[in-house]
Design a protein around this ligand. Structure first.
Ligand code: TPP
Ligand code: MG
Length: 613
């Protein structure tokens, strides 16, 4: 057997560089590079291996491990899970800083390779700096925190374990069902240890994502239901985009007269102006989509995990007179909500359905009704996003201005706060790749770091990050990385002086204003006059504060021409959001000394009675 002597870290890097994917008929390396923050635990071993190949396989230094992993995860999402990155950290806090990002990738089913430094496998110098020391089990380290938030977890305690582990890492990262974070806990002594690896481990490997068709029995069941449907509705989730099924869906919906609503992850499957598009679905959806969902007799959910925001906490899709078909590549998802399962790849299975539905299409009155409802919603969109604010603008009005100043090819990026709801309802997405909202984990602090990953994945597009003051304060340091790496972002920061959406939620559950808006917090809120523009400027970005929507539009136009990242701040009203009449299950206290809470509890019980269980 031919062998080559490499350290375990060198072997990892050599292996990753040989993994390819066919994208649009062209072979491309799967790994675009590495985000690394070095420390003890990776600087000597991984650092040496990465430095050696830095020209062909770039390493990027970020400012926060969670941030860099967000960027890597966003990169994978923007590449429809076909290309990705590795992130490596030191042991201890460097590693655990990345646990939140692992959970984010896990919830969103997005691939990322996390290589976290670990304590010595030989245990000679124990306890080392940053070692947690589990008294009863020395095999446990801080990295065991990654287990529940990884799709694959291995601790490499001998270099030769790589030979078996690496192919499983690839299988996990590329499997459309199991896809998510793969974590290698990599003890620092093992990283640096040499082994005679078989050269076959480093042969070029070209991968493809599996796209299985549905099996006959489930397909026939679904066809039977669809052919008898009078009022069918499609819910398109992120799986449609990952499967590359957007075009097929667009043609299918058009030919079959089926309105299409979208989840957060699925938004952009159709352009907003598509004749079957009815907007977002659920708690943050359009009134058109939600009314159609209430009336529909058959709901075909495609590539969605149907989380509570999509189902309005199970009050929207589950009723005796509705049949739910779950077309999903994962049987775990397909079986949810007592649905008729249709297990298969979205593109392959939609193609099968299309072939076998023959001339069937839903009645023309149903699609006409959908179009009429959508027209009403579009009129509401125009009213809500118009530039006519008297006082501070609403989030919706800011989004209207951002949209007017942007191009159809731009990508909007967001994750948490009030903005994702407003975006889902009111952003006119222009097709796949133009809408990137992380709402599986809705993680504050994803926005700017995520924007960086999106920009690295789509250099030809302008990336517009919209972010609240709360999220910005939680994590903003990858703005400096965007300046250093010349990955230009346009960041629009909506400053409503606090956690506006949680303040509204608190109020909606009968609670008093407390600990959300700065003015309701302990301490001297007058002392909190954060100059966000100055802060961004100090990190090398261009920045300005604008005082109205006209200035905002001009500032975006200017930022689009600028060579580097720009942050634009605008003050907004924390009390206004767009109501679509839908319900979200947030547990209200059963007893309270506040009469408002007691009233909210009564209303809560009424809403709960609409849930099936
Ligand atoms: C890491 C993290 N911590 C807490 C939350 C809960 N949370 C959701 S939105 C929010 C407030 C966001 O404030 P801001 O970014 O200013 O947006 P706004 O609500 O004002 O629109 C909080 C605390 C979260 N989603 N993520
Ligand atoms: Mg805020």
């Amino acid at each position: 057997m031919q062998t080559v002597t490499l350290t375990a870290a060198q072997a990892l890097v050599a292996f990753l560089r040989q993994q390819y994917m066919v994208i649009d008929g062209e072979e491309q390396p799967i790994f675009a590079g590495v985000f690394a923050i070095f420390g003890h635990g990776n600087v000597a071993g991984m650092g040496e291996a990465l430095n050696h190949v830095r020209k062909e396989f770039p390493t990027y230094r970020a400012h926060n491990e969670q941030g860099m992993a967000h960027a890597a995860i966003a990169f994978a999402k923007a590449n429809q899970r076909r290309r990705m990155m590795m992130c490596t950290t030191s042991i201890g806090p460097g590693a655990t800083n990345m646990v939140t990002a692992a959970a984010l990738a896990h919830a969103n089913r997005l691939p990322v390779l996390l290589v976290v430094g670990d304590i010595f496998a030989n245990r000679k110098p124990d306890p080392v700096l940053q070692q947690i020391e589990n008294f009863g089990d020395p095999s446990i380290s801080a990295n065991d925190c990654f287990r529940p938030v990884s799709r694959y977890f291995d601790r490499i305690s001998r270099p030769e374990q790589m030979i078996n582990s690496l192919p499983v890492v690839m299988q996990t990262l590329l499997d459309p069902v199991n896809c998510g974070p793969a974590t290698l806990a990599f003890p620092q002594d093992v990283q640096a240890e040499a082994f005679d690896f078989p050269t076959s481990l480093f042969a070029k490997k070209v991968h493809r994502i599996r796209q299985p068709q549905a099996e006959t029995y489930e397909l026939e069941q679904a066809l039977e239901v669809l052919k008898n449907a009078r009022k069918p509705l499609i819910i398109a989730g992120g799986g449609v985009l990952y499967s590359g099924a957007a075009k097929v869906l667009s043609a299918f919906a058009k030919a079959r007269h089926i309105p299409v609503a979208e989840t957060q992850a699925g938004k952009g499957c159709l352009t907003w102006s598509h004749e079957c598009a009815v907007g977002g679905i659920g708690v943050t959806g359009s009134e058109a989509a939600n009314q159609l969902a209430a009336e529909a007799d058959v709901v075909l959910a495609i590539g969605t995990r149907l989380q509570d925001f999509t189902t309005a906490s199970r009050t929207l899709l589950e009723s005796a007179d509705k049949t739910l078909i779950q077309l999903n590549i994962g049987s775990f998802d397909a079986a949810k909500h007592n649905a008729l399962p249709l297990v298969g790849d979205a593109k392959a299975t939609l193609t099968q359905l299309n072939e076998q539905l023959s001339t069937w299409r839903a009645g023309s009155t149903w699609i006409a009704q959908a179009q009429a409802l959508n027209a009403q919603w579009q009129a509401k969109y125009l009213a809500l996003t118009a530039n006519n604010s008297q006082g501070l603008p609403s989030d919706a009005q800011v989004l209207g201005a951002v949209k007017r100043a942007s191009q159809p090819t731009d990508v909007v990026v967001c994750a948490a706060g009030g903005l994702p709801g407003e975006l889902h309802k009111l952003w006119r997405a222009e097709g796949p790749g133009t809408y990137h909202v992380e709402y599986g984990f809705s993680c504050m602090g994803y926005e700017i770091a995520g924007g960086l990953g999106v920009k690295m994945a789509s250099p030809e597009r302008d990336v517009i990050v919209v972010v609240g003051d709360g999220s910005y304060m939680m994590m903003n340091s990858e703005l400096a990385t965007s300046v250093m790496l010349k990955q230009k972002l346009i960041v629009v920061l909506l400053d409503n002086r606090g956690f506006g959406c949680i303040h509204r939620l608190q109020n909606g559950t009968g609670n008093a204003a407390f600990n959300n808006l700065l003015e309701d917090c302990a301490g001297d809120h007058h002392a909190m006059q954060i100059d966000f523009a100055m802060h961004a400027r100090s990190m090398g970005a261009d920045a300005e504060k604008v005082s109205n929507l006209d200035e905002l539009e001009s500032a975006i136009t200017k930022a689009k021409k600028a060579p580097k990242s720009t942050l634009i701040v605008i003050d907004t009203d924390p009390l206004i959001s767009t109501d679509n009449g839908s319900w979200w299950d947030v547990a209200v206290p059963q007893v309270s000394h506040r009469s408002e809470v007691n009233a909210a509890y009564e209303a809560y019980v009424k809403q709960q009675s609409k849930q099936p269980y």
